[in-house]
Design a protein around this ligand. Sequence first.
Ligand SMILES: [Zn+2]
Length: 369
Amino acid sequence: MNCFNKHFISSGSLFDSLNPVSVKSGTNLPVYTGQPFNFVPFSVQEVCKGLKLLDPRKSPGPDLLDPYFLKLAADFVAEPLTTLFNLTLDMNEIPSVWKSAFVIPLLQGGDPAVLTNYRPISNLSVLAKVLEALVCEQLKEFLHTNAILSEYQSELVHTYKYLGILIDDSLTFKPHVENLVKNLKLKLRFYFQNKLCFSFNKKKRLVAATFLPVLDYGDILYMNASAQCLRMVDIVYHASLRFITNRKFQTHHCELYSQVGWPALVSRRNSYLYSFIYKAIPGLLPSYICSLLAMKHAGRYCLRPHGYLLLSVSFARTEFGKRAFVHSAPLAWNKLQKELKMTEFISLSVFKSKLRILEAKSITCNCFN
Ligand SMILES: [Zn+2]
């Protein structure tokens, strides 16, 4: 018995030597200036509910009150216990027996004769746990209604920012696109205010250097966003083209594309995706990406006249699954191969020049055909 005592006391002191965990405070922690927190006296109903939530299989703690008994007798003992609980809040004191615990050694496996194979389990007084749960409820309620918890502490986080991309929990990329469009509109406003200062070529270079990289960043991630979402991006892109060309608002977008010599955003995104896939096929990207793609091997005795490099398309059941890289990338690649008909790998730069030719072809307007 004393061996256990000594062992558990010494393992407890291990934590004293550890550095305190530093909690990084958020930069935008809300400052709370409202009403301070005050305990509201517990009602008999609350206490009764708390007692009925007890797990009857748990063992009693130092107050020797069995949770099975307390749960059974909840309707009868709730009233006197409410008085006791409210008294502890008024006096800022709790019965000393509630502060102690029965410590039980629990064998974690291995040799039962070795002390380090045991973990201490604390059995607290059941009433202390009921009080703790009631106090916790009031605190949570207060923090929630006054919105004191920062977004980091709140359980409901809907968007995450990772490497500058806002990722929402349903992968719509709407928050990211909205944020992107907001930033680009700010740039555009500045451009239009100063449009008379620049020639066509200067404006084209300005947009190419400061506007397109922002648009391109992460575009193969958000390329599967809804059409409505992507239209917002198209609108700012077309506005940037009108800034370069000085054309009127009603100008058809294909005219803008051909005058500036740049393709539609969807072509830009596709080209980027094709280059990405082209690097992934021979394993030039991290293995967790490359392993998602596999070449489609024609049968050994296949007498097909062509041996285009095709990828095998994995099966996708849901709409969500169809947007996954493992399914959409092989489909996109095989579609591209109908055009390129490549039978062997060429250097990346030659491949990219082929893509640029395709992009240039896409500039010719097909909208009214
Ligand atoms: Zn058109």
